[in-house]
Design a protein around this ligand. Structure first.
Ligand SMILES: Cc1cc2nc3c(=O)[nH]c(=O)nc-3n(C[C@H](O)[C@H](O)[C@H](O)COP(=O)(O)OP(=O)(O)OC[C@H]3O[C@@H](n4cnc5c(N)ncnc54)[C@H](O)[C@@H]3O)c2cc1C
Length: 403
């Protein structure tokens, strides 16, 4: 039985939602976090990902601290304590933090359970939204077949795909299926013989050959291999194209598995390898982008633009996973960053609805930079703080607001 008088409802417990809920609860607001899965962390936990991107300034020197303070910094400190060997690493021109998903889970569980003002409902989904004028006046959530009504003062949509905003009837953008970025499915492969860097080059080479011979779909050639923690382990990040229906998801999973079979039949080092684990589902890089009071553009990012209502700093490049051309990078000027303004979180036409994480108001290309986990954590935190400001002081941003 769920009975809550939460003032702030956070929908979706991915990295953005966890941060939003903690930040709101820490401001003294009665907060509830509603997550449809049985765990917190979203793709950051279930996706078999290995690096948190978007935490640092990308420049000449290795960063000593995170670009955004607050929860991003706190989470990094807690992760470092659990795995001191996982330190900041440079990949190409950018800095990332390697992490293990079990560590992330343990950090999130600890942070969430430490907040007396926070109720966390797992295996619970937001099912419908009631709207009156420009206000959300009620939310119905569903757990184990039972439905409960909640009347929060502010709602924060952290569902990744803007599901709750769409239920409320907000405007959103969704790229055409042709333009939409490649989705991904990760396989943890064990039993690889003598993993070395050459194998990482061999994989795309063999896949390009398979595409040329019409044995695999074109986009599968943009799959990559990266090392795991053990000598015989590697992570295959398979690029797939997927629609919204279950059938196309099943097809994408079977295509992803066929990549491993193809490699195992042809590359000696893969011969005895096997799929030890997979990401929970095919993961969309791009989904609904909610229309906010401001929509961040590629130009803003590449010019390292700062805003009067800038709330999150980001130095991560625009990373487009194009289904015909593969990965395209466009960099923020070296040693600089751009700001994400609060207007990207404030849903247009709604007084008490914010969004945070992957579904904020950005253009198709800008999303290639804002969607990474480090950035989503800070976006969530700022949404939580803003929601609390609104309830306590009547304004989302306090005067003299500074990042
Ligand atoms: C293939 C791929 C590889 C990536 N690699 C990296 C990487 O290496 N490093 C990096 O930093 N980033 C990476 N990213 C990006 C990053 O992982 C995501 O963009 C980020 O984790 C999004 O966080 P989020 O909290 O906004 O959304 P999500 O993680 O999607 O969380 C949304 C949560 O909302 C829940 N939810 C949805 N609807 C409802 C509802 N109606 N009711 C209740 N709950 C609901 C979902 O179950 C989910 O837990 C990758 C993304 C993809 C797709």
């Amino acid at each position: 039985m769920i009975k809550t008088d939460a003032e702030v409802l956070v929908a979706g417990g991915g990295v953005a939602g966890v941060a939003a809920a903690i930040a709101s609860a820490r401001q003294g607001l009665r907060t509830c976090l509603v997550e449809k899965e049985s765990f917190a962390g979203g793709i950051g936990f279930s996706g078999l990902l290995r690096h948190i991107c978007g935490l640092y300034l990308n420049g000449e020197n290795a960063p000593e601290e995170t670009l955004n303070q607050g929860l991003a910094q706190e989470i990094v400190c807690m992760l470092n304590k659990l795995s001191p060997d996982k330190t900041v690493k440079k990949i190409g021109r950018v800095y990332v933090l390697p992490y293990s998903r079990d560590d992330l889970k343990s950090v999130f569980d600890k942070l969430l359970s430490a907040e007396p003002n926070l109720e966390v409902y797992l295996e619970t989904a937001v099912e419908s939204v009631k709207k009156t004028g420009d206000e959300i006046t009620g939310i119905t959530i569903k757990k184990s077949g039972d439905k409960y009504d909640i009347t929060p003062k502010v709602v924060i949509d952290c569902t990744g795909n803007g599901e709750v905003s769409a239920m409320a009837g907000t405007g959103f953008d969704l790229s055409s299926s042709e333009e939409r970025q490649l989705a991904g499915y990760v396989l943890r492969i064990k039993g690889i013989k003598d993993y070395d860097e050459i194998l990482q080059i061999k994989v795309p080479f063999y896949l390009a050959e398979a595409v040329e011979k019409n044995k695999l779909s074109l986009y599968l050639r943009f799959s990559t291999l990266s090392p795991g923690d053990a000598r015989d382990e590697g992570y295959l990040k398979i690029s797939v194209v997927v629609g919204d229906d279950t059938k196309s998801n099943e097809l994408a999973v079977s295509e992803a598995l066929s990549v491993h079979r193809y490699l195992a039949e042809r590359i000696e080092q893969f011969k005895s390898s096997y799929v030890a684990e997979t990401s929970q589902a095919v993961m969309q890089r791009e989904d609904r982008r909610i229309r906010g009071e401001y929509t961040l553009t590629e130009e803003d990012i590449l010019n390292a633009r700062k805003f009067p209502d800038g709330i999150v700093k980001n130095s991560w490049p625009i990373e487009i996973w194009d289904r015909n051309k593969g990965t395209i990078y466009k960099y923020v000027p070296k040693d600089d960053y751009y700001e994400i303004p609060f207007g990207c979180l404030k849903v247009k036409g709604f007084n008490n609805l914010l969004c945070a994480g992957r579904c904020i108001s950005v253009s198709h290309t800008a999303l290639g930079s804002t969607r990474v986990m480090g950035t989503c954590i800070s976006l969530g935190e700022q949404a939580g703080i803003a929601a609390a400001n609104k309830i306590k002081h009547g304004n989302y941003l306090l005067s003299g607001h500074k990042i």
